[in-house]
Design a protein around this ligand. Structure first.
Ligand code: NAD
Length: 473
């Protein structure tokens, strides 16, 4: 565990190296990204095993898909686009300077040292994903991964030591105290992925040093199931997005809004699909455990609270397994109907396999509900009615949208990924991510002509100046 002075020393070393080596060739950025790719591919097994150990159980195949393949492909996308992104933008210069040889451009330059604070749910992806774009923009980086995935964090620390010099990249491990010290360092930029609650603290700490932040937070991402949707197919996709990583995904569908007269059909679609993908749960390695006892108890409490306040609880337990006598922290998909705003399940981000179902007569009831609550990270609309789709999209605000599926927009490398308001600030992925981690530096080249003198704008001011001002207005 590193204390503040040690962290500051690492930052000082990185910043000194950064300053001394500017300007660095793009080839060096490429080399760093390639080393990330090599680290992840050469040691994918070690990292997937570490994630399984940290979760109690998590399918290595799932980890390969979400944490290794997803990150490596994003790194390759960055390699492919780096030259294009790093080009300066020529900008328009106003008349008459444009005719006198003045020129303007924006250069996308590295900021310096970027801090990355990552969560436990996709510990490798959410550390190395931002990193490859931080590297693409020419920065150096310090990463502080989550203390909840200790084995994975330690594996990342050791591997990074093998592949990178400490003045390029360092992983520091430690608990909330280290995280707090980390977030109060005078970085050139800080990327935080985690809960909205912690995001607030991170932004406060960063504000002390006016460190710009990218906050990738959470929230309650709604599904709006339109009447025109294929309910069976929608059920399949919702079940897949909700049950992957046992619902511990920032973009997991949090709750579902369905037409009142078709609630049973909607629930049936999800139930059938969940049962087909996970016919058993307890000894099924494909189905992840809830990460810690604290989160497991929180989810159990949430269901008990809903039941107590009048919700109907529908457990999808296809093999009729007994979950009461296990310490595997596995929980079946649990749907809740008849939910109200007084229930915990409708007040906080669920982040687990619990799916409240709300009903509407007119789709605007869903729109109004979404607008009355915090702006979500994701919004999902299912249906073939284009008019209704555009109505729902046009009247709501969310970080991103997937139409006719859930979660998927985050996997599209060329689309920016981020929240809005309480679900986040800023974004990465796509060209937007490169810009997020770059400083857009305006560079203006003045003409040789004495413009101020010619225009009468030079002191001593007089009649000529007044005329020039009038003319310009
Ligand atoms: P968390 O907020 O508890 O922790 C995230 C990180 O913050 C950890 O590394 C932790 O050590 C650090 N931290 C804890 N206290 C801190 C403090 N006072 N100051 C600075 N840093 C501190 O989040 P979590 O439980 O690890 O992850 C789950 C949350 O993350 C959910 O809300 C989820 O929606 C969100 N999330 C968002 C995204 C996204 O990309 N938008 C992705 C994954 C998870």
């Amino acid at each position: 565990m590193a204390d503040k002075a040690e962290l500051q020393a690492i930052l000082d070393t990185q910043r000194a190296a950064f300053t001394a080596s500017r300007p660095e060739p793009l080839a060096l950025r490429r080399d760093r990204i390639k080393r990330v790719i090599a680290l992840l591919t050469d040691h994918s097994q070690v990292l997937c095993d570490a994630m399984s150990e940290d979760f109690g159980n998590r399918s290595p195949q799932q980890s390969m898909i979400t944490d290794i393949v997803g990150t490596v492909n994003f790194a390759k996308y960055c390699l492919k686009n780096l030259d294009k992104w790093a080009k300066a933008d020529k900008r328009h210069i106003q008349f008459p300077l444009n005719l006198m040889g003045s020129k303007g451009e924006v250069r996308y330059e590295p900021k310096g040292v970027v801090g990355i604070l990552s969560p436990w749910n996709f510990p490798v992806n959410l550390s190395f994903g931002p990193l490859v774009q931080v590297f693409a923009a020419g920065n150096r980086s310090m990463i502080k991964p989550s203390e909840f995935t200790e084995t994975t964090s330690e594996a990342m620390r050791q591997l990074v030591e093998e592949y990178f010099a400490p003045e390029e990249l360092v992983v520091v491990t430690g608990g909330p105290e280290t995280a707090l010290a980390f977030s109060s360092l005078p970085f050139d930029h800080l990327v935080f992925t985690g809960s909205t609650e912690t995001g607030r603290k991170v932004m406060q700490a960063a504000a002390e040093n006016l460190v710009p932040v990218t906050l990738e937070l959470g929230g309650k991402s709604p599904v709006v199931l339109g009447r025109s949707a294929d309910f069976a197919k929608a059920g399949e996709r919702i079940a897949m997005g909700k049950m992957m990583n046992a619902g511990q995904i920032c973009l997991a569908p949090d709750y579902m809004y369905v037409p009142e007269d078709r609630q049973d059909e909607a629930i049936d679609g999800v139930r059938k699909a969940a049962s087909a993908m996970y016919p058993t749960l307890l000894d099924n390695d494909d189905y992840a455990s809830v990460v810690t006892d604290r989160h497991f108890d929180r989810l159990q409490g949430m269901v008990a609270d809903a039941r107590e306040k009048g919700a109907e609880v529908i457990e999808v337990n296809p093999a009729g397994e007994d979950f009461s006598n296990t310490n595997a922290r596995k929980m079946p998909l649990t749907m809740l109907t008849g939910v109200t705003d007084e229930m915990q399940a409708m007040q906080e981000e669920i982040f687990g396999p619990v799916l409240p179902v709300k009903t509407y007569r007119e789709v605007d009831e869903a729109v109004d509900y979404i607008n009355a609550n915090d702006r979500p990270l994701g919004l999902y609309y299912f249906g073939s009615d284009e008019g209704e789709r555009e109505h729902v999209l046009g009247r709501t605000i969310s970080g991103g949208v997937t139409v006719n599926d859930v979660v998927f927009h985050v996997s599209m490398d060329d689309l920016p990924f981020g929240g809005v308001g309480p679900s986040g600030i800023g974004s990465y992925h796509g060209p937007e991510g490169f810009k997020e981690f770059s400083h857009a530096r305006a560079v203006y080249h003045q003409t040789k002509v004495d413009v101020a003198g010619l225009a009468g704008l030079k002191p001593p001011y007089g009649e000529k100046t007044d005329k020039a001002i009038k003319r310009q207005l």
